[in-house]
Write a protein that binds this ligand. Structure first.
Ligand SMILES: O=P(O)(O)OC[C@H]1O[C@](O)(CO)[C@@H](O)[C@@H]1O
Length: 552
């Protein structure tokens, strides 16, 4: 039986925040800025290449002091140390949580549960780099001796979203003439579409699955194997065209992939925290081992910052605490993530798994029900596209939607000029304008003064007081991407610590998987369905069967 955790909402720190919120709720950001000229300087923090301005939050110096005190009450410092040192903080699975070990510098030692974790990590990274180097150099060829030009990663969830997002973000660094495609969905449209136009002689499949037991991945891998064997007319071609990334060597071998071509990881890496290890193999083949290691250095820089910076100047701590502030004290339900970079189009989707699979929990680590709201709903789209879609609600809707804006100073493209500002400057101008409009809005008086007819004035009022963080980095490099991801990984950890939950299990996804396997025969058999879990689902099974021309 686990020791019962204290109820954080009963703590003096929580009560102080609740009282403070009541006093602050009626105050506008316009006033907070007017009252405190030093605000921006104080509410700006840098970590490695990341620059965060959090002054446009509905928070004062006192708010931040109280939030930091809450972190102290939740034992955040001790929890950080526990994670980095390999304590079994994933309690429901009795595992260490060591994604931070994936980016340990070679000189740093770490032994956990009697195992030299640092040596294991570097052995896998070296094996990946060696393999990636051979594929890139054309030394590892397909079965017929031709160079590999496309890598197809087959995986789902953490075995897909990380590498997909990172490949899209960093495709400018793909310098060996090798491109990647990513197949995840059990919907046949995914694999059929992704295989279209590929040459089996030049295609390498990376089957990525921590468990190597995931229905979608194994099904897609079997389809890919059939496509390859049909295309090359020889079963033995598989060994040159399939490699695996997994923690489960037995299942890899059972599938028919030579375990010499398997890249391992460990149960102490959660799937959603894994693309900086072997799950990033496809990415490494595309961008090369050196760029991959630069990405790891970016992760590492934020790990170090998170571990050592005082909470008052600690970027993940501040952003995590602000997440708690809005979730639990303002009743906000979602957080928008708005990258002003087309290359980060998949970043919100990646963060959805990272944050929501981690913190979407209603039971605490001690097994008792949670005492506060948990799990922000993350969503978003790149700017400026989002501006022409859902920003109306952000500006004038009734809901409070805190938002993270992410931008970069340097574009990749040569200056594409249209008027005095280049396109990239226009992109950035839009980002900055949005955060300013969200924070300060426009009053009825200001609108009326522009000659707006009185009847239209209320429609044009921009209430403002809508909180945002702005993260700026020099350029979307492998290093800055690593830093950004580590930032959000640690934000998740900070929030999970305050809420007292185990951010590293995901039991809630299991039931649906089992039920799907139970239901599949009812959909596919030629006989009338025997059972369905409930009346509604039984009716839907019958409707589906009727539509497919099967007996009902
Ligand atoms: O890598 P695997 O074992 O195939 O799992 C894929 C994904 O499935 C999940 O278990 C959720 O169903 C995720 O946590 C994981 O990232």
């Amino acid at each position: 039986m686990r020791e019962a955790m204290a109820d954080i909402t009963e703590s003096p720190e929580w009560s102080a925040l609740a009282e403070h919120q009541a006093a602050l709720a009626g105050r506008h950001l316009r006033e907070l800025f007017a009252d405190d000229p030093g605000r921006v300087g104080r509410m700006t923090v840098t970590a490695g290449d990341l620059h965060l301005d959090y002054s446009k939050h509905r928070a004062t110096a006192e708010t931040m002091r109280l939030l930091v005190a809450l972190a102290g009450r939740a034992g955040l410092r001790g929890r950080i140390d526990a994670m980095f040192s390999g304590e079994h903080i994933n309690v429901s699975e009795d595992r260490a949580v060591l994604h931070t070990a994936l980016r340990l510098p070679p000189a740093e030692a770490l032994t956990v549960d009697g195992q030299d974790v640092a040596a294991d990590v570097h052995a896998v990274l070296d094996k990946m780099a060696d393999f990636a180097g051979r594929v890139r150099a054309g030394e590892w060829t397909g079965f017929t001796g031709k160079r590999i030009t496309t890598v197809v990663n087959i995986g789902i969830g953490g075995s897909d979203l990380g590498p997909t997002m990172a490949y899209e973000a960093l495709h400018d660094y793909a310098d060996a003439g090798i491109s990647c495609r990513f197949v995840s969905n059990i919907d046949p449209a995914d694999i059929v579409g992704k295989l279209a136009g590929l040459d089996p002689e030049r295609t390498l499949f990376v089957v990525a699955s921590k468990t190597f037991g995931t229905l979608e991945t194994l099904t897609n891998a079997k389809v890919a194997r059939r496509w390859l064997v049909d295309g090359l007319g020889d079963d033995t071609a598989v060994s040159r065209h399939f490699v695996a990334v997994s923690t489960n060597a037995d299942r890899v071998a059972e599938f028919g992939i030579d375990t010499a071509n398997m890249f391992g990881f460990w149960d102490w890496v959660g799937g959603r925290y894994s693309f900086d290890g072997a799950i990033g193999l496809a990415l490494m083949i595309a961008i090369g081992g050196e760029a991959f290691r630069e990405m790891l250095a970016g992760f590492r820089e934020i790990d170090e910052h998170f571990r050592s910076a005082p909470f008052e100047a600690n970027m993940p701590v501040l952003m995590g605490l602000l997440g708690v502030w809005y979730t639990d004290f303002f009743g906000a339900q979602t957080r928008a993530v708005l990258p002003y970079s087309q290359r980060l189009a998949r970043f919100p989707a990646y963060l959805q798994q990272l944050t929501m699979e981690s913190n979407g929990k209603s039971v605490r680590a001690d097994g008792a029900p949670v005492v506060a709201q948990t799990g922000e709903i993350f969503w978003g789209e790149p700017g400026t596209n989002g501006q022409h879609a859902f920003y109306q609600l952000l500006h004038q809707g009734t809901r409070l939607v805190p938002a993270d804006f992410i931008g970069f100073a340097e574009p990749f493209e040569d200056p594409v000029v249209d008027g005095p500002a280049g396109m990239h400057d226009l992109l950035t101008a839009n980002m900055l304008a949005q955060t300013s409009a969200l924070a300060f809005g426009k009053t009825a008086e200001e609108i009326a003064a522009e000659g707006t007819p009185a009847a239209v004035v209320p429609h044009k009022v921009m209430p403002g007081n809508r909180p945002t963080s702005t993260i700026l980095a020099p350029k979307l490099t492998p290093k800055t991407l690593g830093s950004l991801v580590a930032l959000y990984e640690h934000i998740v950890f900070v929030e999970g610590t305050i809420w007292g939950i185990d951010s590293f299990d995901q039991w809630g996804v299991e039931l649906g998987k089992v039920m799907a396997m139970d239901l599949a025969p009812a959909l596919t058999s030629q006989e009338p369905p025997e059972q369905a879990p409930d009346a509604s689902t039984a009716a839907l099974v019958r409707a589906y069967r009727a539509l497919r021309g099967r007996k009902v």
